[in-house]
Design a protein around this ligand. Structure first.
Ligand code: FAD
Ligand code: MLT
Ligand code: ZN
Length: 539
């Protein structure tokens, strides 16, 4: 009802309104998520899901008695560092920070701190380290492995008040930001300068640049812009003892000594708190196309991918695939007809091109699509005719994560598997669920709706999602460790982009050998000898 006047507001205000609404609704204990479809916020609701809490975890993990419990004198200290409105202790207000995006995990932190400066972060961490108070760094809280929330009573250090753009060099394209800058804000700022942030993902309206770096997010255009391990040029981070590590460089090439910043990219808050990011940004493409195609087999998806790389070459900027079940849930979630109305196809593909000459790109894309149709690889398809349609098609793809929670919850596995085998995992999981007699899209009495797959084919990255009506150990034992064993047999990775967090802490051995795990533990021990940084997670 409010959408028409919301649409007239500047986009930053729209986002704030949507975030506030989301927050207020969550405070009333109703899960609510928003995405954009044609610029409108869309909400999904579920009151049924009960997140896992310390009681549920007790079989797996106990609170470590070496950590001190929060006392009033600790709060007094934090009041000497931060203004009162940067300290949250109200139980209702804490809920948003204690619970994750999937409503799968809920911690019991009594305290959120929102520092505004690197010095404040340093004072807080030094105090926590000296007093053995465990902490969880938190960005936009959109992580999908239970890494951004406390497990027990860890103090949450939210970076949301560190949200300044520090500098931008329009010659080199190097952007320097506080860690708490929202990804979409950074990208909008860059758009005004003719540049683009080299990462894009569905949670861009809430996630932080620091959070993206902390979990080495991959996103929708890794195929084009590469990993953050390549584009991040420098970082500022605070170590647990309060030391500020400053490498906010503007250099593309620097071969002096170990590349320490790489350790923090993907460290998921276990080594220190990232407070600043220096990143190389490409020129914003001047011409863009998006095609949405229907494909009749996974075999054909792979062939279209090979053909797209060959024929579109330098203008190919994204290649996403989605299976039929993911589309059924998305259509239901958005309450809209599928973009391809001619039928129900087993797979869909979204292809984006980005270049500098529209005519040239259009011609290439049309030739490619013509050839793909002629060879029978593509059954049907549409090409966006303007910017609004480009956004709509992307929104359709970006709405899948929310749509998978339509029944109440979702078990997520973000895996790398050699392309030929990738979709076999979804098929095998569906077989297991059906054999157990617990899955049905329509029968509300069943625990599970279905397993479904989508993801970044261009990066060999499948998102296996098991959409459920309830989180339950019964489902979990069907899925795990089967999924991880399956991936290990194919020499894949149990995390292509979301990280290990709490969910995969016990499973790193499926993707890393003993020596690798030993070296990782030694690095953790070196930087965080008291283990206060994001405990019970990662390794
Ligand atoms: P949080 O969720 O707050 O934190 C994530 C982890 O980083 C936690 O372990 C936390 O402790 C740590 N952390 C956060 N900030 C800091 C900091 N400043 N210093 C140190 N540690 C920190 N991921 C992808 O890779 N590709 C996708 O396409 C993608 N799409 C998504 C779509 C949706 C709708 C959602 C909900 C999530 C998606 N994600 C995706 C998951 C994801 O990793 C991110 O959304 C994002 O990178 C997390 O950033 P955040 O600021 O929300 O971090
Ligand atoms: C995506 O590609 O949409 C994300 O990684 C989020 C998800 O896996 O749901
Ligand atoms: Zn993804």
């Amino acid at each position: 009802a409010t959408s028409s006047w919301i649409k007239k507001l500047p986009s930053t205000m729209q986002r704030r309104l949507v975030q506030t609404a989301s927050y207020l609704i969550r405070r009333n204990n109703v899960a609510c998520r928003f995405s954009r479809y044609n610029g409108l916020p869309v909400a999904s609701y579920s009151t049924k899901t009960v997140p896992f809490t310390a009681d549920t975890y007790s079989q797996k993990v106990q609170r470590d008695a070496k950590f001190k419990q929060l006392e009033s004198q600790d709060i007094e200290y934090f009041k000497s560092v931060l203004p009162e409105n940067s300290i949250i202790t109200d139980e209702d207000d804490l809920l948003f920070f204690n619970e994750d995006w999937m409503r799968k995990y809920r911690g019991q932190s009594q305290l959120v701190l929102k520092p505004k400066t690197t010095e404040q972060v340093a004072s807080i961490l030094k105090y926590c380290n000296d007093n053995k108070l465990a902490v969880v760094p938190q960005g936009g809280n959109t992580g999908l492995v239970g890494g951004s929330n406390p497990i027990f009573d860890e103090i949450i250090i939210s970076l949301s008040a560190m949200n300044k753009i520090r500098s931008f060099d329009p010659v080199s394209g190097i952007l320097k930001v506080d860690a708490g800058v929202i990804l979409e804000t950074a990208d909008q700022y860059l758009a005004e300068q003719g540049y683009i942030f080299p990462l894009d993902l569905g949670a861009k309206g809430s996630c932080h640049v620091g959070g993206n770096v902390a979990c080495n997010a991959g996103g929708l255009r890794l195929l084009r812009y590469g990993s953050l391990h390549g584009s991040v040029l420098g970082l500022e981070a605070v170590l647990p003892d309060g030391t500020v590590y400053n490498s906010m460089h503007s250099l593309r090439k620097d071969n002096t000594g170990y590349d320490l910043k790489q350790l923090f990219i993907g460290s998921e808050g276990t080594l220190g708190i990232i407070t600043g990011v220096s990143i190389l940004c490409p020129s914003r493409p001047q011409a863009q196309n998006v095609a949405f195609l229907a494909v009749s087999s996974y075999e054909a998806v792979q062939k279209v991918f090979v053909q797209a790389r060959k024929e579109l070459q330098e203008i190919l900027s994204a290649f996403e695939f989605m299976d039929n079940t993911s589309q059924k849930l998305t259509a239901k979630h958005l309450g809209l007809e599928h973009p391809i109305e001619s039928g129900d196809f087993p797979f869909y593909v979204l292809i984006e091109t980005s270049g500098s000459n529209k005519e040239h790109d259009d011609e290439k894309l049309e030739t490619f699509l013509g050839n793909a149709m002629e060879e029978g690889l593509v059954d049907d398809g549409i090409i966006a005719q303007d910017e609004a349609q480009i956004q709509s098609l992307w929104s359709w793809r970006e709405s899948i994560p929310e749509a998978t929670t339509i029944g109440g919850g979702v078990y997520k596995y973000d895996v790398s598997i050699p392309l030929a085998d990738l979709y076999g995992l979804v098929e095998d999981i569906n077989t297991r669920l059906n054999d157990a007699g617990i899955a049905s899209l329509d029968d509300e009495s069943k625990l599970v709706l279905a397993a479904l797959g989508y993801g970044h084919i261009g990066d060999g990255n499948l998102h296996l999602n098991v959409s459920v009506r309830k989180y339950s150990p019964e489902i979990e034992t069907i899925l795990e460790p089967f999924v991880y064993e399956w991936i290990a047999k194919k020499n894949g990775s149990i995390s292509a982009e979301h990280g290990l967090g709490f969910q995969k802490k016990n499973y790193i051995g499926y993707s890393k050998n003993e020596i690798e795990v030993k070296l990782i533990k030694e690095i953790k021990q070196h930087y965080d000898p008291n283990g206060i940084m994001n405990p019970y997670k990662y390794v």
